[in-house]
Design a protein around this ligand. Structure first.
Ligand code: NAD
Length: 507
């Protein structure tokens, strides 16, 4: 569908694609070029109401659909995403600014894995029974799908995180009203078309596009939405909790982070260095799990510093569609300004910028190597002579800051890391834990006892020892402190979307 000559996205409500009630649209930018390339529905409460009704109507049948049938439909979706992997990866890259290679090798495969994982999980759930010996009774527990649920996701890993919520909700037998980030809505829109093609019954998944204050808050506030699975910023999470808690909604909140990367001198150096480059700058540092505070044991500090700076300086920042690009564009002008303001703050706080620290003007570089098919694709916005007028920031490494300054306390969410030397385990543990956040932590050491000791003491939902972002979808995923509430992943997520009921029978 076309609106003002640009691709125009539609909501997916009650099994069909439709315009928002208001007929109003928002601009969607291509971060690589800085240009508007599509229009997205500026939906409102009325659209959310229609989506909730559709989800409510679909619930009785879907919640009684056998796990085998749910499996079959979700696996059809898996096949279709696999079929369209290239197209989805290209769309994700254009929408978000991430290197297309990353979208192709990480984002879209993970969306596939999410659906596959929960399609099969649906067939392997089991509930407890308790033999109440001595009282001639038996108890058993039912876990029934909770009803209509809301899923709201951010822009950094668009399809990856959107499906991470939707897949378990649908697999558990719930029906869903979902909202992707208005900054990166394209692959969710493409997914809605695949849902239709896969034969997902009408109303099981409804996708309403638009802003947080209008669409997101209407989903949260709707009394028929029984549970909310949200990933995004801590401030938004607080707002959501304020609305949802008095209504006693179930909440899963995956929020911000300021993750420590703790490097001991006895680590496997080469592996640590290569992984630290990734954990600092992958996806432009826009991953909630990136290690943004790097603590290095003093004997290793100078060597590490010069090696990390050399590696970071060698990263190619550029066109997300170029195969050789390591670091693409920052997702939006607003986020670009935020990151740049933190680099300025770090300077004011007395930090020394060891490398990077600047925005990059790539307007003189034109797009060269877009696959020829891309121009005819529905995602639009790609032409062979486009100018890279978007938002680029050099990978930035800062030293000389105290652990409690704002640069080291607040989430920047960009290609910016600080490095700090430490002398003792006690000192670095205090510093690592000395933030309001507690999402993930990485520890590099060959000392097994120390690794276990640290893992137990770190205030963090996830600890990686001698690795980073190594994921097993069966494991609990989530944060402590201001990084959130609840755990996603494994059976935990299926349980989140169900309500437990205990039944006690006198024999
Ligand atoms: P955000 O909180 O601004 O937005 C996230 C989503 O919430 C978007 O869809 C947005 O439209 C919606 N939203 C905004 N205001 C709302 C409201 N009042 N009510 C309901 N919905 C609302 O976050 P963002 O900028 O899109 O994403 C970046 C943040 O997400 C970072 O803080 C990052 O750490 C966090 N994040 C966390 C995880 C995790 O697993 N813990 C993963 C990825 C990103």
């Amino acid at each position: 569908m076309s609106h003002s000559g640009k691709t125009t996205l539609e909501n997916y409500v009650g099994g069909v694609l439709s315009a928002p009630g208001s007929r109003e649209y928002l601009d969607n930018f291509n971060p690589a070029t800085g240009e508007v390339y599509s229009q997205i529905p500026d939906s409102d409460e009325g659209d959310v109401q229609r989506a909730v009704e559709a989800a409510k109507n679909a619930f009785p049948v879907w919640s009684n659909t056998s796990p085998e049938d749910r499996f079959t439909i979700l696996m059809r979706l898996v096949e279709l995403i696999e079929r369209d992997l290239e197209e989805l990866a290209l769309a994700e890259s254009i929408d978000n600014g991430k290197p297309v290679s990353l979208a192709r090798n990480a984002d879209i495969p993970r969306a596939i894995a999410n659906f596959r994982f929960y399609a099969t999980a649906a067939m392997h759930t089991a509930n407890e029974s308790h033999d109440t010996v001595g009282q001639n009774a038996i108890n058993y527990t039912l876990r029934q799908p909770i009803g209509v649920v809301g899923c709201i996701s951010p822009w950094n890993l668009p399809l990856y995180l959107f499906t991470w919520k939707i897949a378990p909700a649908i697999a558990a037998g719930c029906t869903v009203v979902a909202k992707p980030s208005e900054v990166t809505p394209m692959t969710a829109y493409m997914l809605s078309k695949l849902c239709i093609e896969a034969g997902l019954p009408a109303g099981v998944l409804n996708i309403v596009h638009g802003t947080g204050p209008k669409v997101g808050s209407a989903i949260i506030a709707h009394p028929e939405v029984k549970a909310i699975s949200f990933t995004g910023g801590t401030k938004t999470g607080e707002e959501i909790a304020r609305t949802a808690a008095p209504m006693f909604k179930k909440l899963s909140l995956e929020l911000g982070g300021k993750n420590p990367n703790i490097i001991f001198a006895d680590c496997n150096y080469e592996e640590m260095l290569a992984t630290t480059v990734r954990s600092s700058f992958s996806n432009q540092g826009e991953i909630c799990l990136c290690g943004s505070r790097i603590f290095v044991e003093r004997p290793l500090y100078e060597k590490f510093k010069s090696d990390l700076v050399a590696r970071a300086a060698a990263l190619k920042v550029g066109d997300p569609l170029e195969a050789k690009t390591d670091v693409g564009a920052i997702v939006s002008k607003q986020h670009f300004d935020k990151i740049m303001s933190y680099i300025e703050l770090a300077r004011q706080e007395g930090g020394t910028i060891l490398c990077g620290g600047h925005a990059l003007d790539l307007t003189t570089e034109t797009q060269r190597s877009v696959e020829s098919k891309a121009e005819t694709r529905p995602v639009g916005g790609v032409s062979s002579d486009r100018k890279l007028g978007g938002w680029y920031i050099e990978p930035t490494i800062i030293e000389g800051l105290s652990p409690d300054c704002r640069t080291n306390q607040e989430e920047i969410f960009g290609p910016v890391v600080t490095i700090m030397p430490f002398d003792t385990e006690e000192e670095v543990l205090d510093q690592a834990n000395g933030v309001r956040y507690g999402l993930s932590a990485t520890v590099w050491t060959e000392n097994l006892s120390r690794a276990h000791r640290f893992a137990a003491k770190l205030e963090s939902g996830i600890v990686w020892i001698n690795c980073w972002l190594l994921r097993d979808l069966r494991t609990p995923f989530g944060g402590v402190k201001d990084s959130g509430l609840g755990r996603e992943g494994g059976f935990e997520a299926l349980r989140f979307f169900t309500e437990e009921k205990n039944i006690c029978i006198r024999i």
